[in-house]
Design a binder for this molecule. Sequence first.
Ligand code: SIN
Length: 281
Amino acid sequence: MQVERFSGTGGVTISGLDVRDADEATIAGIRAAVVDHVVAVLPEQGLSPAEQVAFSRRFGGPGEVPFIEPLADHPEVIAVVKEATDGNAPNFGGVWHSDFSFQPAPPSFTFLQAVTVPAVGGDTVWANMKLAYRHLDERHKQIIAGLSAVHSAVGSYSPDRRDLFDRISGMTVDPSADDSDRAVHPLVTRHPESGDEVLFFNRGYVAGIDGWSAADARPLLSRLHHHSTHVRFSIRHRWSANDLVIWDNRSSQHFAMNDYAGQPRRMHRTTCAGSTPDAAG
Ligand code: SIN
């Protein structure tokens, strides 16, 4: 297999293999590349849902998927879909987020395979949160050392979001989050595999700073958002059908572009269960 970097901020293309035939050494190599470079693109895979589940499971047990109805015969797979007829409707994943970070043990890896892609648009963009932490100014590093963020599903999946999800006709989402769908995680985490320090933050699910008032937290959260999503930490992929992309949720957040109104986009997504994030300190 060949591993080639495609951007200076992270992201590798892994080619020359069919993941269905990957032996243990190859899986270990893919895993190491994702942990190191945050995002790996494996072109021309074209896995069936069953094959995607089997491949994902080689990286760990399945992650729990709340709110979103999975494929009928494949409970570990969700289809991330926007139909051509959905026009200017919002898209799934069109805010900066790290998958299900409101869970006590958020998913480690996400596997997203492109089934149908727009001729133009529909890219995914990631922020490398190892880099974002490394380049945070010392004053903010000191402020956030020892702080924890409250991650909540309420802003994205509470019942008052039903109208929004009803406009995404190709997905069935049951927005039923309540205050129990939350977790408190350190803002600076130690990556469990690489040992790197990470700014574990995303605007989509972080609802506050533990122990701080909303008013006190707002400027800090805004600063962390603007810093971490700056283009100098971003990795962007333009999809082709049958691309399989793997990313590390423990060191990234991501954003799905919604710039392809009138064209269909369909992806299949699986996740691996992760562990409770540990503080770096
Ligand atoms: C997601 O946020 O899980 C989906 C990302 C995408 O569709 O590009």
